[in-house]
Unconditional design. Structure first.
Length: 101
């Protein structure tokens, strides 16, 4: 028997050494903070969409910003189930893929 703990009886983020024995489920969405200017919410949602698209492109094998054309980003958005991204969002996706942190 293994001494590793199972994740089936716990909710949340697994810790090092935990065995993940169930499908990954996203965390419950939290409401956005109130009282910010409208432009903050617009840019926040754009960053989230760009991050989802960048992750989807990386998972599909596009590792360089040169491979991520607007058409490819928009096709990926359709595949993932996101609304059609604007040119600004496409630029943000390429910047996220280019960033080395």
């Amino acid at each position: 028997m293994s001494s590793k703990k199972s994740m089936s009886d716990k909710a949340g983020v697994p810790r090092r050494g935990d065995v993940i024995d169930h499908a990954w489920t996203p965390l419950a969405k939290q409401p956005l903070p109130a009282g910010r200017p409208r432009s903050w919410y617009i840019s926040h949602n754009r960053r989230l969409k760009a991050m989802r698209l960048a992750i989807a492109l990386l998972d599909s094998g596009s590792f360089s910003p040169d491979e991520a054309t607007n058409e490819r980003i928009r096709d990926t958005a359709e595949t993932v189930g996101l609304h059609w991204p604007s040119d600004a969002t496409c630029r943000m996706v390429r910047r996220m893929m280019q960033a080395q942190r």
